[in-house]
Design a protein around this ligand. Structure first.
Ligand SMILES: Nc1ncnc2c1ncn2[C@@H]1O[C@H](COP(=O)(O)OP(=O)(O)OP(=O)(O)O)[C@@H](O)[C@H]1O
Ligand SMILES: [Mg+2]
Length: 234
């Protein structure tokens, strides 16, 4: 069976500055993988390459075994960026953007899953609250929850979540991670900062200086007493 996501010896950099070196990993359908590493290690760059914002210098990125074009690639991926993009429009429109034509109840359902429904309802205009560009007036965590609702409503085969470093409170994060863990028949790739939230993942890839230096489950990596263990204890 194909892996939904496959990075094969991918190297890349911005301008002439190398960032990733021969990065290889596969995420099969039904599995949850995480990428961890220090700030600047190249984690978000992996997400951006998967989305084809940039092309690799070397190596291949396959989705479902194929080298897809930009449009098809993005149809395959529900993406929650580290810095959510919200546009000038209502909250309802910002969530619906994940799947134009979604019904009212689907929008509300997605917001509930993303732990956003309660705060939205408390706003004087609720789902009809008009956001300014960049989501002005909302906290970082609220913006991220809207971005999560947008990703949930899209319901694509790949769920790619580039967690913001600190914008979600722990309760929200735990609730949402529980939902993510329950996603079936998808390939989940989470870029995680709080390592406690990914202990039960099928595989954790540790990125250091643009290379994957360790891959394994939480317990295995702790036993190894290497880069992950140091990151976990820090
Ligand atoms: N658009 C860009 N142009 C030039 N350099 C960039 C660009 N985006 C990222 N970089 C550089 O590439 C390296 C990797 O960045 P990346 O955003 O992938 O790191 P990260 O692991 O996601 O970090 P963080 O944990 O802080 O989000 C960094 O040195 C960063 O400064
Ligand atoms: Mg990042």
């Amino acid at each position: 069976m194909f892996s939904l996501i496959e990075f094969n010896e991918v190297s890349f950099g911005y301008d002439s500055q190398p960032v990733l070196h021969k990065v290889s990993f596969k995420v099969p359908i039904g599995e949850k993988h995480a990428i961890v590493g220090k700030t600047g290690a190249g984690k978000s760059t992996i997400a951006k390459l998967l989305l084809r914002y940039y092309l690799p210098w070397e190596g291949r990125i396959l989705i479902n075994g194929e080298n897809l074009g930009v449009k098809q690639t993005r149809q395959f991926i529900s993406y929650v960026p580290q810095e959510p993009y919200l546009f000038a429009g209502t909250i309802r429109e910002n969530i619906e953007y994940g799947r134009i034509g979604a019904s009212w109840s689907e929008i509300e359902q997605a917001a509930k899953i993303a732990d956003a429904h309660d705060f939205i309802q408390k706003l004087p205009k609720g789902y009809e609250t008009v956001l300014t560009e960049e989501g002005g007036g909302l906290s970082g965590g609220q913006r991220q929850r809207i971005a999560l609702a947008r990703a949930f409503i899209k319901d694509a085969p790949i769920f790619l979540w580039d967690e913001a470093t600190s914008s979600l409170d722990t309760v929200s994060e735990q609730r949402i991670q529980t939902i993510v863990k329950s996603l079936k028949d998808k390939a989940v790739l989470t870029i995680a900062h709080r390592l406690d939230s990914i202990k039960e993942f099928d595989m954790i890839h540790v990125l250091s200086d643009g290379k994957i230096v360790e891959s394994g489950k939480h317990e295995e990596l702790l036993e190894k007493n290497g880069v992950y263990a140091a990151l976990y204890r820090s």
